[in-house]
Design a protein around this ligand. Structure first.
Ligand code: DAH
Length: 347
């Protein structure tokens, strides 16, 4: 009997080692495990049958060992079962045959698109890009540009002043301030454009905003003529609006240019036939320009007897309006995704 009991204990040891080492990595192996150890014909059941033959005094000890063995097997079974089920559920969640989901990469803001296009057009004909500060002093924004002290553009209504008085500082009202900075720092030949944000103290509406964007152009060298200006602007209009685009110049006035002109481009929306955008004139105003006033050259330290030049300034919002038919200035700064999304495919 001692041998029988010894033998039982030995079997329990071997079985528990087997249970522990049994590899389960899929449902079939889990089922094999169950059949081998826990099932009605499994080795643990068999062993329990032998328990009858164990003498009473040994029953307690061997019974405990066998219960331990059964628990070991059942615990392992339950744990692997839930592990495999969990993995199975996850695998069901990930369907590898499903087509990938689109993800949004956003889009460029229309103002950025048009700004980049203007820069690219002028880069190709030799213009550099220059920038200046948005907070400007009176000299660069007004005085050096030949604005007389009483000029209405200096009025509180147009300009956001940051500091009044002797050290007057304001948000620049146009990017013409950058031409002064360029001329002060560089002798001709100068061929540059200055894109940037400008500010004006205006009530916000569909047609006016308190900030917007401009591109200033400046070309100074010996013998620069009005014909050069006209040809440059025609080239720009055709690059921007298509080769059929035409321009016309109307005499105008700016303190910093003489003579000055406003430039219209033929309406690309109706092919100059007349529509409500061009107010049935066939033409749309896009910029101001002129020959740099000798006073401006001299104020910036350039000899006006040797050099001449032209300048022009355009609003990026305006060009964007014509190119993409955006008719309300407020759309540019409201971050309405429905508006911005329309530019995803551009570029
Ligand atoms: N600075 C002008 C404005 O803000 C635009 C402009 C007109 C710029 C004529 C120029 C120019 O350089 O020659 O309305």
């Amino acid at each position: 009997m001692v041998d029988f009991c010894q033998n039982m204990k030995e079997k329990i040891k071997i079985l528990s080692a087997e249970i522990e080492n049994f590899a389960i990595s899929n449902l079939q192996e889990l089922e094999n495990f169950r059949i081998k150890f826990i099932g009605t014909k499994g080795s643990i059941k068999e062993l329990f049958n032998d328990l009858k033959s164990v003498p009473n005094e040994e029953k307690k000890e061997i019974g405990q060992l066998m219960n331990g063995l059964r628990m070991l097997a059942e615990d392992k079974y339950n744990q692997f079962k839930s592990n495999l089920e969990e993995a199975n559920n996850k695998a069901e969640l990930i369907d590898f045959s499903r087509p990938g989901e689109d993800f949004s990469v956003g889009s460029h803001h229309p103002i950025s698109l048009v700004r980049a296009e203007i820069i690219a057009i002028f880069n190709r004909i030799g213009y550099t890009v220059s920038e200046g500060p948005e907070i400007e002093d009176d000299w660069h924004n007004f005085s050096a540009l030949n604005f007389p002290p009483e000029h209405p553009a200096r009025d509180m209504q147009d300009t956001f002043f940051i500091e009044k008085g002797e050290n007057e500082m304001a948000l620049r009202t146009h990017t013409s301030s950058v031409q002064v900075r360029v001329m002060e720092n560089q002798q001709p030949p100068i061929r540059t454009i200055s894109p940037g944000r400008v500010y004006r103290n205006e009530a916000i509406s569909a047609r006016a905003h308190c900030f917007f964007h401009q591109v200033e152009g400046l070309y100074i060298d010996k013998n620069v003529s009005f014909a050069d200006l006209k040809q440059t602007l025609l080239h720009f209009a055709q690059e921007m609006f298509g080769e059929k685009a035409q321009i016309r110049l109307r005499p105008s006035y700016f303190p910093f240019t003489e003579p000055s002109a406003e430039v219209d481009v033929s309406c690309s929306i109706c092919n100059s036939k007349g529509c409500n955008v061009c107010k049935y004139t066939g033409w749309l105003e896009i910029l101001g320009c002129g020959m740099v006033d000798p006073n401006v050259l001299e104020a910036a330290g350039i000899d006006s007897k040797v050099y001449t030049g032209f300048a022009f300034g355009m609003g990026i919002e305006r060009i964007t309006q014509l190119k993409y038919k955006v008719n309300d200035l407020r759309l540019y700064s409201e971050n309405d995704i429905r508006f911005l999304k329309q530019f995803t495919s551009v570029l």
